[in-house]
Structures are given as C-alpha cells and as structure tokens.
Unconditional design. Structure first.
Lengths: 112, 109
C-alpha cells in the first residue's frame, strides 16, 4: 500500500521546546517537501529536498530544520526559534521531472 | 500581484448545481496547472492537471485554462454533498509548486 505517512496526527508541545515531525514515503519518489498551512494563508513551502543528503530552503524556512539521510524519510524539526509554530504541517513527495506532488495526511501542531 | 490568486469563499451551492471555481495567475510562462481537493483536517489530493490551454474532463469535473486571460477554472457538474471541501489551484515554477489560497465549497443537501 503505497503512500506518504505523517506522524503523529496531532502534536502538543510547550513553548520553547523543539519538536520533530515525521514524514515517510514508499512511493520511491526522489523529491520531498514540507509545507505549512494556516487559515487564510494557503500552503507555504518550508523546505524541500530533491536528493538524499541535500535540501533547500523554501519561502519560510526560518525557525525550521530538516534532514534527508534516507530517500524515504524527510523529518522536520520545529525549533524554539519559530515565532508562531502552531499550524497544520503537510509533507509531500514527487518524482523528479514531474510537477505533481502527493501529500500526506498532515500533522496539526499546537504549541501551548 | 500574487502569482496565483483565488477567492477564498466560502461558496455555497445547492446539491445538483454546476459549480465554477476560478483562479488567476500572473506569469504567462506558466504551463502546467493543477487542482487539488482538500477535505477538512486532511492533506490535499490531486484532482486534475492540465498543460497549456484548453479543457480536460474527468467524470463530473472539467478543468479549463484560458492563457490569453491567465484564468483557470474547475467546473463540477451535478454537485454532491461529498464535493464539499477546499479546492486549491496550483501551478509550477522552478521545481516548486505555487498554490492558491483555496476556495471553500459547501454543497447544500
């Protein structure tokens, strides 16, 4: 059963704590992406990676970090430097050379 | 001007009606356009994609691109309550997808 999984679905953290969101795909896609979605803001690109051990900043990378040690995995760390971390986080993947991205179910992060 | 603009709605229509969802884009070089559907608290799912101009039909859904006016549309025929969702238009730029903010659609039974 191919797809993208994100865990957990809901996550609560205290202010000042770092938190890591998981994203795994078994679609054999080379490229992976992290987006943040806020009400009325649409999807904003945080980071993306087109190949293992390489990644690029998106439009709103400040306060976030990523790693891409395996093709299947692209975890996102929300650091304490992120001013407003409460949001819905979406991971996506695509094959290189195609424009179609496939999304995971998302993680809703609430920082208390 | 934002690269992709979309009216956020909400748009409420009675069941069975034809729905028209629209976006405008700023760059005439954009060639590839997508529509995603997102149910509440779920990830977006690709609904349709089109290259360049013209229409593409898939069941009750028709995607239309008018490059002369930089306008893209999604039509839903015989709308159903299960079509109630947020619809996002998107295009690609430099290996990245640019999304509209989404239009919330409510189909009233």
């Amino acid at each position: 059963d191919g797809g993208i999984t994100q865990s957990p679905k809901y996550l609560f953290r205290k202010e000042g704590q770092n938190v890591t969101l998981s994203c795994e795909q078994n679609l054999n896609h080379d490229a992976m992406y992290w987006y943040r979605q806020d009400p009325g803001q649409g999807l904003r690109l945080i980071y993306y990676s087109q190949i293992v051990n390489d990644f690029q900043k998106g439009d709103i990378a400040e306060g976030y970090s990523v790693s891409r040690e395996k093709k299947e995995s692209f975890p996102l760390t929300v650091t304490s430097a992120q001013k407003n971390p409460t949001a819905f986080y979406l991971c996506a993947s695509s094959s290189l050379g195609t424009d179609t991205q496939y999304f995971g179910p998302g993680t809703r992060l609430t920082v208390l | 001007q934002k690269e992709v603009e979309q009216d956020p709605g909400p748009l409420s229509v009675p069941e069975g009606a034809i729905v028209s969802l629209n976006c405008t884009y700023s760059n005439s070089a954009f060639q590839y356009f997508m529509w995603y559907r997102q149910y509440s608290r779920k990830g977006p799912e690709l609904l349709m994609y089109t290259y360049s101009s013209g229409n593409k039909e898939d069941g009750r859904f028709t995607a239309q691109v008018d490059k002369s006016s930089k306008y893209i549309s999604l039509f839903i025929r015989d709308s159903q309550p299960s079509d109630s969702a947020t619809y996002l238009c998107a295009t690609d730029r430099d290996d990245k997808i640019i999304f509209g903010k989404g239009t919330r659609l409510h189909i009233l039974p």
